[in-house]
Design a protein around this ligand. Structure first.
Ligand code: UDP
Length: 487
């Protein structure tokens, strides 16, 4: 595809965290498909995770490319190769990592000065990028890959601090000013609201992030209007943000290779995985995955293993690499004796990276035990798969409210505590088993499934020509073209 005279050139600057990278790359590919010239600026370590997909797009004629910049690990005092927050191994490294993120403005500015794009789409983690874009006279679009409901809950918590009105960690309070009566406990509130000391500089960054969506030209939301209409409305009207729905982005991946390799090379041969699923009855398999970051501690894995063994469902369980290493070091700590042997045929454990989209879309998968990361939530919605919600940290407790209480397409396992690290309380085997049984069989399960299937259809329609997200993308591009012409 040749450059058009009024073609918009957009630079996409993703955060190095894998889930942010996945959705920003989908976003860049989506805009390229809409005729935009798209440049993704990233580091040498991150680029191989998606470069094959970009190559395929280029072969199809889309104008999309990758520009590599150096991650300033050494300058910030970090070990070489520490570019992804998952590689932070001690709390002392956090301020250095945050400093490295601010140093990225120099190489990014150089690229922008050289390419002279019409727009910068930068991740939430770079609040300074609004200023960088402003100096170059181009709009910065804010992207953080989370939900409208989470943006609204975060704003209310910040504004009204309702958690200060309750005495105990377990006493519920209502998050004020929202379209629904959303009850939370202090334990579920993110630490950056509650901690009085900003030990690592993270609170300062969060404050900058919370205003940077307001100061930017507008916000791109990986969501669709029909999914959370009240919160989309609240965000625009009551919180005064300019936002476009552009999701669900995962639906952009139609090619089997795109689905199988999204985010990383899968640790299991995708055909082997699909063959295993083919042997199972429709809706009989529970898929369990807690996203790309969180490491579940061994005692909690043990409770989960016991619940899976006790329940009648088949399962695919994704266990992250580090846990695998721990398993090798201390086998009995997380898996009950002889578990894998007894589970042969009933359960498949994937150690490392799973081809999540392919798995969720298979007709044998009837449930998704998820940490409610927003990408995973949307992927569950797009596949029409009911969810067992098990939030851990970040925006996940907010997303759980949407899934379980508002949309009623899932049921809660009963996680109580927001924490990025080890939890003080375990979710017990009995509670896990109860949630699995509730979701996978019976009358209530059928009702949940039927609602999930309706949303799946709505998601598909939103991204097709004439659909709500498709129309928002077209409207944004018209606006960017008009801006370009006015220069
Ligand atoms: N993912 C995957 N395979 C895995 C683990 C995760 O493909 O083994 C993908 C998943 O499909 C989703 C992303 O990684 O797109 C995780 O993002 P999410 O927002 O759900 O959670 P986070 O990783 O930020 O906690």
């Amino acid at each position: 595809m040749d450059s058009q005279p009024n073609q918009v050139h957009m630079v996409f600057f993703p955060y190095t965290l894998r889930s942010h990278m996945i959705s920003t790359v989908d976003l860049a590919r989506l805009f390229a498909k809409h005729g935009v010239k798209a440049t993704i600026v990233t580091t040498a370590l991150c680029a191989p995770r998606f470069s094959e997909a970009i190559e395929r797009d280029r072969e199809l004629g889309f104008q999309i490319s990758i520009r590599i910049i150096k991650f300033p690990s050494a300058e910030a005092g970090l070990p070489e190769g520490c570019e992804d927050p998952s590689s932070i191994s001690s709390p002392e490294m956090i301020p250095m990592f945050l400093h490295a993120l601010t140093l990225l403005q120099h190489p990014l500015t150089e690229v922008l000065e050289e390419c002279q794009p019409d727009c910068l789409v930068a991740d939430m983690m770079f609040p300074w990028s609004t200023g960088v874009a402003g100096k170059l006279g181009i709009p910065r679009l804010y992207f953080d890959g989370s939900s409208f409901i989470s943006m609204c809950i975060t704003d209310s918590l910040k504004r009204y601090q309702p958690y200060k009105q309750v005495e105990s960690n377990f006493e519920p309070f209502i998050v004020p000013g929202l379209p629904h009566q959303i009850a939370m406990t202090k334990l579920q509130v993110p630490n950056y609201f509650k901690d009085t000391v900003d030990k690592h500089g993270f609170h300062k960054l969060m404050d900058q992030i919370l205003v940077s969506d307001l100061n930017s030209y507008g916000v791109l939301m990986n969501s669709f209007r029909e999914l959370e209409p009240d919160y989309s409305e609240h965000y625009r009207k009551n919180m005064g943000r300019k936002a476009w729905h552009i999701g669900p982005l995962s639906l952009f991946n139609r090619d089997i290779k795109d689905k199988a390799q999204r985010g990383d090379k899968a640790s299991i041969d995708e055909q082997e995985c699909l063959r295993w699923l083919d042997t199972k009855k429709p809706n009989s398999v529970l898929y369990i995955c807690f996203g790309s970051v969180f490491k579940i501690p061994p005692p909690q894995l043990h409770e989960l293993a016991m619940a899976l063994e006790a329940s009648a469902v088949n399962f695919i369980w994704v266990v992250r690499m580090e846990e695998n290493k721990e398993k090798e070091e201390n086998k009995d700590q997380w898996l009950p004796e002889g578990f894998e042997k007894r589970m042969e045929g009933k359960g498949l454990i994937i150690r490392g990276w799973a081809p999540q989209l392919l798995i969720l879309e298979h007709e044998a998968v009837g449930g998704f035990m998820t940490h409610c990361g927003w990408n995973s939530t949307l992927e569950g919605v797009c596949a029409g798969v009911p969810m067992v919600t098990w939030p851990l940290s970040a925006d996940q407790f907010d997303n759980e409210k949407l899934i379980a209480d508002i949309l009623k397409i899932g049921c809660q396992v009963g996680a109580q505590e927001w924490s990025k690290y080890e939890k003080k309380t375990l979710v017990k085997k009995e509670d896990i088993e109860k949630a699995i049984n509730r979701l996978m069989a019976g009358e209530e399960a059928e009702e949940i499934r039927s609602r999930a299937m309706t949303l799946k259809e709505m998601a598909r329609r939103a991204t097709e020509e004439g659909g709500s997200s498709y129309s928002d993308i077209t409207a944004l591009l018209d606006e960017l073209r008009a801006l370009k012409r006015s220069k």
